[in-house]
Write a protein that binds this ligand. Structure first.
Ligand code: NAD
Length: 218
């Protein structure tokens, strides 16, 4: 990995990232840590998530913790986010990256496939947003960034379940928008705007501009 100079732009920010064990979530945890944020990385993949968090903590010197959570489990999400906010002394930002895909046309989508997609992409978005909003409420400010997809905005052939659940996820945060700012789609957020420019998959790891702009005004 190439050395990038830290500007300390996120020093003092308390951030939860879901899906932090790999992919774009891992890159976001790494980039935010490099910029001085205190981060709790949440993911289903406990071994990998913990190893990645430890490696990033050693590399950056930032406070990184890992929490094994299934975002489709409402009680687990509320407990994990509340514990994280306690440990961090509050919560400024949730970056909800965790997401799953089943590349199947509608007629081949099984009940199990659809439940799986609904659980992570839609219920997971609702639960993580509700839990983060609860943790942000005492301070009266915060940012919630949900990772959407082009597939959630426009139907993409062969991705019926993914499109439906990503489209639904993009509507979940609509209710929070007047109270907690939200970037519904990766391209609206600096951290993920470059998600498709490297090898067509990975972000550059640049922190989100909205996060850098400071807490949302109510
Ligand atoms: N990769 C792309 O080209 C692309 C394009 C558009 C949108 N997206 C969206 O961006 C996000 C990240 O994509 P990626 O390619 O980095 O994904 P990825 O598959 O590499 O990583 C997703 C992470 O989410 C975690 N996860 C899955 N289910 C979970 C659950 N129930 N609870 C907690 N964690 C869970 C996984 O363990 C994994 O670490 C996803 O929401 C995806 O839908 C990706």
């Amino acid at each position: 990995m190439s050395e990038q100079k830290s500007l300390g732009q996120l020093a003092g920010r308390r951030i939860v990232v879901t899906g932090g064990a790999q992919g774009m979530g891992e890159s976001i945890v790494r980039a935010f840590a490099r910029e001085g944020a205190s981060v709790v990385s949440m993911d289903l993949k406990e071994d990998r998530g913990r190893a990645v968090a430890d490696e990033i903590a050693a590399e950056t010197g930032s406070r990184i913790r890992f929490s094994a959570v299934d975002v489709s489990d409402r009680a687990a999400v509320f407990t994990a986010v509340a514990e994280s906010a306690d440990r961090l002394g509050g919560l400024d930002v949730l970056v909800n990256v965790a997401g799953v895909q089943r590349a199947r046309p509608a007629e081949e989508l099984t009940e199990a496939d659809f439940d799986f997609l609904l659980g992570v992409n839609l219920r997971g978005t609702l639960y993580t947003n509700q839990a983060a909003f609860t943790a942000m409420k005492p301070a009266g400010s915060g940012h919630i960034i949900n990772f959407g997809s082009d597939a959630g905005m426009t139907a993409i052939r062969g991705l019926a379940g993914y499109s439906a659940t990503k489209g639904g996820g993009a509507r979940v945060d609509a209710d929070d928008r007047p109270r907690v700012r939200s970037a519904r789609h990766p391209r609206q957020c600096g951290g993920a705007r470059h998600a498709h420019t490297d090898d067509g998959r990975r972000p550059t790891g640049r922190p989100c501009r909205r996060v850098l702009q400071g807490p949302a005004r109510r």
